[in-house]
Design a protein around this ligand. Structure first.
Ligand code: SAM
Ligand code: SF4
Length: 475
């Protein structure tokens, strides 16, 4: 099936592009970052206010190292105050790497003739899903290249395959998607298969750079991609994820683009995106791209802190592209979801973890190859609460990050107890003895802390049922 980007720009005025580069550049140029202004902006965010573009620019333009520290401290405080210690875990599952685009940063680009092109059959997909369920996963993101073979119907069928697999005590309870933009009808077909979030990253909000790094293919059309998640919304997918690939253009411009994208959703649909992703460009097979805009570790921490403060009620995803020490560090600044036990190789989960990556079979290099078991153990010992919760999505409570943020007591009543219940399931079914012991000690501590906020007796009862073999209990 071939899509016609032009059609929608003409027919539907709501799909008009909303990024004005001159506006962004002017705000960045004209906004001063004096001490009192920086502090006002941080405290506005701590009062749970989403920041304007101008306020975001104040944080971006802050150079004084002491004030930068205050921005990071602000992000840490916001994370602790609002979201607490929960970290949601998921895994990416690559379904197919056929691609008609030529994104200069990606190993799957059509011109890369050395890439092994693989599309998983339904049987292979089941096998991969089984291997992920065996690790303890409950939430997946399915990833696809952009190719006529990966039609909405194909994607829907892969979602059904994943949901259809029951294995031991486990199953996948939430399937998110990262795939090419579709038209409204296409998004409807995918929505009907029961997906959670549909993610599409703009890669860069800067039009000239966008043209440069997308020399051919449908993806060359900036506006078609920019308005993709509007079409998803029109099709009823109200859980959407945006992102920028950091390293293609100036990170300051991209942060402003992301915040503008959030404003757009709030203005038009009354709800912001569910998640923001901020991948940093990684090495990929025969990658040949200028490195002028690479983001240093220090800048990365800063930009994550700024995003946390700018869009305080949006989930933030940090993937295994980053090395373990950076992930451990950045978790404190407001990240809400990470992947674990990640393997990007098509068919790689069922083959077991490789010592080294084969980049001719993968989209890009990852830098955190820890297994889910190791990550769970480390999170538990650092007193984070790892969560596989999918309750809101399955009860139709969409916009959960917004509710977490804005409904007083929501986290204590729902998210924290549900995180503990899914953690207990993991401890029962997949954890080693040491992790299990440390995990149950943490659960006991957290249950005690929750007393007064939730009916602790009901929570204890559910935990008891889980230890006796019941599964999938939630509030
Ligand atoms: N083909 C779909 C698309 O382009 O929207 C699916 C997404 S692609 C398989 C997933 C994301 O990986 C891209 O949106 C891009 O941001 C990111 N990506 C691509 N190459 C990368 C690289 N070399 N380093 C880090 N992230 C990369
Ligand atoms: Fe294809 Fe997506 Fe890679 Fe671009 S980023 S080459 S569209 S898989």
């Amino acid at each position: 099936m071939i899509y016609h980007p032009e059609k929608y720009r003409i027919e539907d005025k709501r799909m008009t592009p909303f990024i004005d580069p001159d506006e962004i550049l002017q705000i960045l140029r004209n906004t001063k970052a004096d001490r009192s202004r920086v502090r006002d902006v941080i405290s506005a965010s701590l009062d749970k206010k989403r920041l304007s573009l101008e306020e975001t620019a104040v944080l971006i333009n802050t150079k004084d190292p002491d004030l930068v520290e205050e921005i990071k401290e602000g992000a840490r405080t916001l994370k602790e105050k609002v979201y607490g210690e929960r970290i949601v875990l998921f895994a990416p599952l690559y379904v197919g790497d056929l691609c008609t685009n030529n994104c200069q940063y990606c190993g799957f680009r059509a011109s890369n003739k050395e890439m092994q092109r693989i599309t998983l059959s339904a049987k292979e997909l089941e096998k991969e899903t089984r291997a992920l369920v065996d690790q303890g996963h409950k939430r997946l993101i399915l990833v696809y290249g952009e190719h006529p073979r990966y039609s909405p119907e194909f994607i829907a069928s892969t979602v059904e395959t994943v949901y259809g697999l029951k294995h031991g005590n486990g199953e996948i309870r939430r399937v998110n998607i990262n795939a090419a933009p579709f038209d409204i009808q296409g998004f409807r077909v995918i929505k009907d298969s029961g997906i959670g979030t549909f993610q599409i990253f703009q890669e860069t909000y800067h039009q000239p750079t966008y043209k440069q790094v997308h020399p051919s293919g449908v993806k060359r059309n900036y506006d078609w991609r920019l308005t993709a998640l509007d079409r998803a919304q029109e099709a009823g997918i109200d859980d959407v994820g945006i992102g920028a690939l950091f390293g293609l253009y100036d990170w300051r411009f991209e942060v402003m683009g992301l915040v503008r994208h959030v404003n757009h959703f709030e203005a038009v649909y009354n709800v912001g995106p569910h998640t923001i992703s901020f991948p940093r460009l990684q090495n990929a097979h025969s990658l040949n791209i200028p490195k002028d805009h690479m983001v240093s570790d220090e800048e990365f921490t800063r930009l994550v802190s700024i995003l946390r403060l700018a869009v305080p009620y949006t989930g933030m995803i940090l993937t295994a592209r980053e090395p373990a020490h950076i992930r451990d560090e950045i978790l404190r600044f407001g990240v809400s979801q990470i992947d674990g036990g990640t393997n990007l190789e098509l068919g790689g989960y069922s083959e077991g973890l490789q010592e080294t990556q084969d980049l001719s079979r993968e989209q890009f290099q990852i830098n955190d190859s820890r297994s889910l078991a190791d990550i769970m153990d480390e999170l538990i010992r650092a007193e984070y609460i790892p969560s596989f919760c999918t309750a809101c999505y399955r009860l139709g409570r969409t916009g959960e990050h917004f509710m977490e943020f804005s409904v007083p007591g929501f986290i204590k009543r729902y998210c924290s107890p549900n995180a503990l219940l899914t953690m207990a399931e993991y401890l029962e079914d997949y954890a080693g003895e040491d992790t299990k012991k440390a995990g149950y000690e943490l659960i006991e501590k957290k249950v005690n802390e929750l007393s007064g906020s939730v009916p602790v007796d009901k929570l204890r009862e559910k935990l008891r049922l889980i230890s006796q073999g019941k599964r999938d209990l939630y509030f």
